[in-house]
Design a protein around this ligand. Structure first.
Ligand SMILES: Cc1cc2nc3c(=O)[nH]c(=O)nc-3n(C[C@H](O)[C@H](O)[C@H](O)COP(=O)(O)OP(=O)(O)OC[C@H]3O[C@@H](n4cnc5c(N)ncnc54)[C@H](O)[C@@H]3O)c2cc1C
Length: 417
């Protein structure tokens, strides 16, 4: 049998090695591993997946106890290890432009042609055009930012006798971070002979409760736990201006701020696309691309969108999808299935939004598992959260490697508890 040359093979190109892109690539590998007519290429500017759910812990690891190199290992899952022994080729490059109509992706080092394309390039912090926020607010969206935040915290404790840490946003990331920040400050103050009561944490939240109104009961529990640790909260407080040493809320009140950490929202990255034949891409106000129910583009059915780049409106609730890792994984799985079905000439399957299920860790070995039918609080909630981390690692890595990541993560993250 004559083998196809590289030029003759069809290319499935996946842009972004995050939750959605990795799932799509692994599932496509399962469907096509013995089909030599197809190549699967995953492009990312990094050689690892950033495991965002661990970022708040990474940002609050103690300097004296954990060096930067080890912080990286807690939230960076090697793409080489994920795709070891698969036919997925990982290509490390910066994606400059996606020429949809020409079927090409232009990167900083090579041009890739595609027959099928998956766009899953994630999101960035949304600063809502608030004056000064992009300059003075520290976002927590990637490993470098987590390390920058941890450096800044230590610097402040060393240099100052009192300080105020403001967290913009009382959603998941903000509340999780506040709890761990309190633990870190406890340790840093002990190490540097400072008084903990002089270092304040304030959460500034635009809404009237924590977690964007997910559940009143859970929001109350989170509030009680944080208040018990001395964390202050200002609800119905919109940051309307940020400066180097203060913020303004609701256009009038000034709050001093030695460090402003911004977890108040994300938006899809603005995709560097040339529009496909058939017209502009439709996007929502967060720059997310609106697709068909099969997660592909109406006029270019071989092009799929997944993860934080996707705007999918649930026909039952009329709500658009949450920007979460859980949803992104489900998108990736369906996109892989639908590409395989396109190849086989079978009808495509529509997307359905996943179940509501969250685990919210709030400092130390305490977390709240929330589903509409089940609530688990405290140590058991924390164990479930740890189980969820391991489950994710194992879904992309062989068991032994997944266990190694998980044990290492726990060893480092428990140092502050
Ligand atoms: C602090 C924090 C905590 C979170 N905690 C949770 C949680 O507990 N549970 C949960 O379900 N969700 C959580 N999320 C949300 C979740 O991380 C995102 O929804 C998810 O990462 C989206 O997946 P994705 O595949 O769309 O994008 P990502 O996972 O962000 O992947 C996108 C990839 O695209 C690459 N990329 C982007 N632009 C380029 C370019 N120009 N060239 C090359 N590569 C590029 C990036 O390097 C990245 O690897 C959290 C998010 C944050 C920020």
């Amino acid at each position: 049998m004559k083998h196809k040359t590289i030029e003759e093979k069809k290319n499935i190109v996946i842009l972004g090695g995050g939750f959605a892109g990795i799932r799509a690539a692994l599932d496509l590998n399962n469907y096509l591993h013995d089909n030599s007519d197809y190549q699967i290429i995953l492009v990312d500017r990094k050689d690892y997946q950033c495991y965002h759910p661990g970022l708040y812990e990474a940002a609050t690891t103690e300097h004296g106890l954990v060096e930067v190199r080890r912080v990286k290992r807690t939230v960076a899952i090697s793409l080489a290890q994920i795709f070891y022994k698969t036919k997925v080729k990982v290509f490390k490059a910066y994606i400059d432009r996606i020429a949809l109509a020409d079927g090409k992706v232009i990167t900083d080092s090579r041009i890739l042609s595609f027959d099928y394309l998956v766009v899953a390039m994630g999101s960035i912090a949304d600063f809502y055009d608030i004056p000064g926020l992009d300059k003075h607010g520290y976002p927590l969206k990637n490993l470098d930012e987590a390390i920058m935040i941890r450096n800044r915290i230590e610097e402040i404790v060393i240099k100052k006798d009192r300080a105020q840490f403001v967290i913009g946003g009382g959603g998941f990331a903000g509340t999780e971070l506040a709890g761990e920040l309190h633990n870190l400050l406890k340790h840093e103050c002990e190490d540097h002979g400072k008084k903990l009561e002089n270092f304040k944490i304030i959460i500034v939240e635009g809404g009237m409760s924590f977690l964007g109104g997910l559940s009143e009961k859970v929001a109350k529990m989170v509030g009680e736990r944080l208040t018990g640790m001395g964390v202050e909260t200002r609800f119905s407080s919109l940051i309307t201006e940020a400066a180097a040493d203060h913020i303004i809320i609701n256009m009038k009140d000034r709050i001093n701020s030695d460090l402003l950490i911004w977890t108040g929202g994300v938006r899809s990255i603005r995709l560097p696309v040339d529009p496909p034949a058939g017209g502009d891409l439709a996007a929502d106000k967060k720059d997310r691309i609106i697709t068909t129910d099969f997660l592909n583009l109406k006029h270019s059915p071989n092009i799929f969108i997944a993860g934080d780049n996707l705007c999918f409106t649930d026909p039952a609730t009329k709500k658009s999808n949450a920007q979460t890792g859980q949803e992104a994984v489900r998108h990736g799985a369906l996109v892989a299935k639908n590409i395989f079905r396109l190849i086989k000439g079978r009808p495509l399957l529509p997307y359905s939004v996943g179940p509501t299920r969250f685990v919210i860790p709030v400092s130390g070995k305490y977390a709240i598992l929330y589903t509409p039918n089940l609530l688990v609080v405290g140590f058991w909630g924390w164990l479930i959260r740890k189980g969820a981390d391991l489950r994710y690692f194992w879904s992309v890595l062989p068991l032994w490697t997944a266990l190694k990541y998980w044990l290492f993560e726990n060893k480092i993250f428990m140092k502050n508890d």
